[in-house]
Design a protein around this ligand. Structure first.
Ligand SMILES: [Zn+2]
Length: 287
């Protein structure tokens, strides 16, 4: 390679856009759109809980050096404002859920917003569009590549959405009930027609009340719900206790708020559905 070409290649590699994504699911979406044009730092990694996170000085440094910071928004990352402030970051903080119709609900007398919008693949399309627009604004020279990558990835999301719907058509209406440890599947349930119940609310920050757990056990018994699911990023204790109290069994592990480590059963946003949907289907059909 001629020295001039080599120098140009280096300059191009050096010019990779530094971006930060708050948690692993969003990071996978950002990676799919940004490709080789970005240098990506993920704050809450595989199997991590994005509701409760204590950033380190290394995280603050990554934020300080970023050209764009991507968050889910809708209240998922309660720790992010402080991190941005302490890092002295002045760039854009882009909420991937911009344009999502939020699920707003009552929880223990409070109005809460459900942040788990990625569990509806229809919302995944919006995440991709928001990420592509923000990357193009930060790096206009590569905007064409971001647009093309977003189109390819959106087609894969659409195909997965159709697959999920097809997989679940076999489940009769009366059996479409699933128990998890926290309320992470509200958007999934609304999109694909399943009721999800959980002893914990839309955040893992608060412990469930004993009265709430007892109420759920009564409901499980009266409605014949015999299977509960672990979530990869939550403690298994709550689900084990619930299963014991209600005479139910544990159906497996759903990936809710975080991906698996690379090589695991849900190491991408789309593979999360590959892991979760067959388990949900089998549990509901076996009820
Ligand atoms: Zn959650």
């Amino acid at each position: 390679m001629a020295p001039l070409v080599l120098a140009a290649t280096r300059a191009r590699a050096d010019a990779r856009l530094k971006v930060v994504a708050s948690f692993s699911v969003l990071a996978d979406i950002v990676k799919n759109v940004g490709g080789d044009h970005i240098e990506l730092t993920t704050l809450v990694g595989p199997d991590g809980d994005a509701h409760v996170f204590e950033p380190t000085p290394t995280d603050a440094k990554a934020v300080a050096e970023a050209a764009v910071v991507f968050v889910n928004g809708l209240g998922l990352e309660g720790w992010m404002d402080r991190l941005v402030q302490s890092a002295g970051y002045k760039g854009p903080v882009v909420a991937a859920t911009t344009g999502v119709k939020p699920r707003i609900m009552a929880e223990d007398g409070n109005t809460v917003t459900d942040p788990h919008a990625w569990q509806d693949l229809g919302n995944g399309r919006l995440y991709v569009a928001n990420v592509a627009a923000a990357l193009a604004a930060a790096d206009p020279g590569d905007a064409d590549d971001f647009r093309k990558a977003a189109a390819t990835y959106t087609a894969a999301i659409d195909a997965k959405d159709e697959w999920v719907r097809a997989e679940l058509t076999a489940v009769p209406a009366g059996r479409r009930k699933i128990i998890t440890s926290h309320d992470a599947f509200g958007y999934f349930g609304a999109a694909y027609g399943i009721s999800f119940l959980a002893p914990e609310g839309v955040s893992t920050e608060a412990e469930p009340s004993a009265a709430g757990v007892a109420r759920l056990v009564r409901q499980m018994r009266s409605e014949g719900i015999k299977i509960v699911f672990f979530e990869n990023m939550a403690s298994p204790k709550l689900v084990q206790a619930l299963a014991a109290d209600a005479g139910a069994k544990v159906g497996g592990t759903l990936y809710s708020d975080a991906l698996s480590p690379p090589g695991g059963p849900a190491d991408s946003y789309l593979k999360m559905f590959d892991n979760n949907v067959p388990q949900l289907k089998a549990a509901m059909l076996g009820m």
